[in-house]
Ligand binder design. Structure first.
Ligand code: GLY
Ligand code: MN
Ligand code: MN
Length: 462
C-alpha cells in the first residue's frame, strides 16, 4: 500500500470533482470457481484499490460529498472465519490504516443509505462489471437489476478517469516493478523458444516468473506460433523452426499495478530473411510511435504515424501499392494490423476499461473512428504528461481476412493480393512496450527488454 495520505488526497479530490451527493465504491467479493469455497485468486476492484488501497474482499467505501466524510463498511470476521483465515484486522482498523475515520457493518451501510434516501438523488456509482456487485447495488438502491448499469454516474466516471489517467511518481515506480518482472518473464521465455518445446511450457514458465515477482499475470498469457490470431490463448502447439512465436504477457505487482509487454521471436533463435524483413517493419513502427509521442499530440496521430511506417514498409515489399497517404487514409494497411496502436495501462492492463472505453480513450474533442482497424484504437485522445500507454504495432497475415477483402475487392487499388498470397502462412508479429508521457516527450518504461534482431538473436544464443 502507499502511505495513507495518498488515499486521503485521492478521495478528497474525488469528492471535490464530483461535488454533490454520495459516492459508493464497492470492493470485490471472492469469486467462486466450481463451488463456493474454491475461489479464483482474489482480485480487488481497481477503483476501490485506487481510493482505498485495501485488499480484503466484501468492503464497501462511501464518500459523502455533502459532509466531506468517508466511510468503510463491511462485516467483521468472527471466530468461525478466523479458525480458517488466522487473525485479521477489524474493519475499523482497516479504515484507519487508509485514513478513513468512519466505519461500520453492512447493517450500518443500509441504515446510512436509508437515512439519505428521502433527501438525496441516487448515489453516484460506477457501472458494475460483475454480476454480484450489480445485484448488491440493485438491492441497496432499490433498482431493478437490469437498470443498474444505465443509472451509473457519468460525473463519477469522468472524475475517476481524470485522476487515474495521470500516474504519480509512486505509481510509475510500481509499474516499473511490474516491467522488471516482465523482463524476467520475456528474457527467460526467449531462451526457451527452441524447437521441440511446446507453447504451454513457455506460458507456464511465464506464469511462474510472474508469481516469483509476487503477483499474478495481468491477463492470460498469449504464447503462440499463430500470432496472426490477435489474442490467441491456445498453448498446444509444438515449436518448429520457421515459425515466429508471439509472446504477449505481463504481470501485476502485489499492489496490482500492471505491465503489458510483447516480444516476437523466431523459434530456434535465428531470424530468416522473410522474418527479419517483416520484423523490422514492425519494429520501425514501434520506434516511430515512441519518437513522436509527446504531450499535446493525440494518440490517434501517433497511431497514424506508426501506420505510415507500416504502409511504407509493405509498399517497399510490394504487398501494398499507391501513395502512403492514400493507403493510410483508406485504412488499407489495417488488413495487416486490424487493431489500434495501444491503450492506457495502470491498475488495469487496459486501464479503466470497465468505465466504458470511450470515456477513457476519447473525449469531447476526439471520437473513435468508424474505419476498420482505426475503429479499434482504444485511446485516441490528446496525451498529457503522466499518461502511461502501450505502443504495440503488429503485422498479421490473417488468411480469412485476406480472402474476404480479395473476394469483396476491399481496398483493391492499394493491396497486391497476388503478392500477399505468398505470405499467408507467415503468422504474426507484435512488439509492445509501455511508455510514459513526460513533460517533453516520452520514456519507454523499465529496463530495456531485447527488441532488435541482434539483441534477440544474442539473447536466444546465450
Ligand atoms: N495484452 C493485451 C494487449 O496487449 O492489449
Ligand atoms: Mn499485450
Ligand atoms: Mn497491450
Amino acid at each position: 500500500m502507499f502511505k495513507k495520505e495518498t488515499y486521503i488526497a485521492r478521495r478528497e479530490q474525488l469528492r471535490k470533482d464530483v461535488g454533490h451527493g454520495i459516492i459508493i465504491l464497492p470492493g470485490n467479493h471472492e469469486a467462486p470457481c466450481n463451488y463456493k469455497d474454491n475461489t479464483y485468486w482474489f482480485r480487488q476492484d481497481s477503483t476501490f484499490l485506487y481510493f482505498f488501497g485495501l485488499q480484503r474482499e466484501d468492503l464497501v467505501g462511501v464518500l459523502d460529498c455533502e459532509t466531506g466524510k468517508d466511510y468503510l463498511f463491511a462485516n467483521d470476521y468472527d471466530i468461525d472465519d478466523i479458525i480458517w483465515t488466522g487473525p485479521l484486522p477489524s474493519v475499523k482498523e482497516l479504515a484507519e490504516s487508509v485514513g478513513v475515520e468512519n466505519s461500520g457493518s453492512m447493517k450500518d451501510l443500509r441504515k446510512y443509505l436509508d437515512g439519505k434516501r428521502p433527501t438525496s438523488a441516487l448515489p453516484h456509482y460506477l457501472p458494475p462489471y460483475r454480476a454480484d456487485i450489480r445485484a448488491d447495488l440493485s438491492e441497496w438502491l432499490g433498482l431493478v437489476l437490469g437498470s443498474v448499469n444505465r443509472h451509473a454516474s457519468m460525473e463519477l466516471i469522468l472524475a475517476c478517469v481524470k485522476q487515474r489517467s495521470i500516474k504519480s511518481a509512486e505509481e510509475i515506480e510500481e509499474i516499473e516493478k511490474a516491467i522488471a518482472t516482465a523482463y524476467n518473464m520475456h528474457v527467460g521465455a526467449m531462451k526457451l523458444a527452441m524447437p521441440g518445446r511446446y507453447e504451454y511450457e513457455l506460458a507456464g514458465f511465464m506464469e511462474g516468473e510472474a508469481w516469483k515477482g509476487n503477483g499474478p499475470v495481468s491477463f492470460p498469457v498469449i504464447m503462440t506460433v499463430h500470432g496472426e490470431t490477435l489474442h490467441n490463448h491456445g498453448h498446444n502447439n509444438r515449436l518448429e523452426v520457421g515459425r515466429m512465436l508471439v509472446m504477449d504477457a505481463g504481470c501485476e505487482t502485489s499492489m496490482n499495478y500492471c505491465s503489458d509487454i510483447t516480444r516476437t521471436v523466431p523459434v530456434g533463435g535465428k531470424f530468416n530473411e522473410r522474418q527479419k524483413t517483416i520484423y523490422e517493419i514492425v519494429l520501425n513502427a514501434n520506434l516511430e510511435a515512441a519518437r513522436v509521442t509527446r504531450p499535446g499530440i493525440t494518440y490517434k496521430e501517433v497511431h497514424t504515424a506508426a501506420s505510415r511506417v507500416l504502409a511504407q514498409g509493405y509498399k517497399n515489399l510490394g504487398i501494398l501499392k499507391g501513395s502512403v497517404d492514400d493507403i493510410v487514409a483508406n485504412g488499407a494497411h489495417s488488413l495487416l494490423m486490424p487493431h489500434g496502436l495501444g491503450h492506457m495501462m495502470g491498475l488495469d492492463v487496459h486501464d479503466m476499461e470497465n468505465y466504458g472505453q470511450i470515456n477513457v480513450g476519447y473525449d469531447n474533442e476526439t471520437r473513435p473512428s468508424e474505419q476498420f482497424g482505426l475503429g479499434s484504437l482504444r485511446c485516441g485522445r490528446r496525451l498529457q504528461p503522466g499518461f502511461v500507454i502501450t505502443d504495440e504495432p503488429g503485422c498479421y497475415f490473417i488468411p480469412a481476412l485476406i480472402d474476404k477483402w480479395r473476394a469483396e475487392g476491399t481496398n483493391k487499388d492499394f493491396v497486391n493480393f497476388d503478392e500477399l498470397e505468398k505470405w499467408k502462412d507467415f503468422g504474426g508479429i507484435r512488439i509492445e512496450d509501455d511508455i510514459l508521457v513526460t513533460e517533453t516527450g516520452c520514456r519507454v518504461l523499465g529496463k530495456p527488454i531485447p527488441k532488435t534482431v541482434k539483441e534477440i538473436e544474442e539473447t536466444m544464443a546465450s
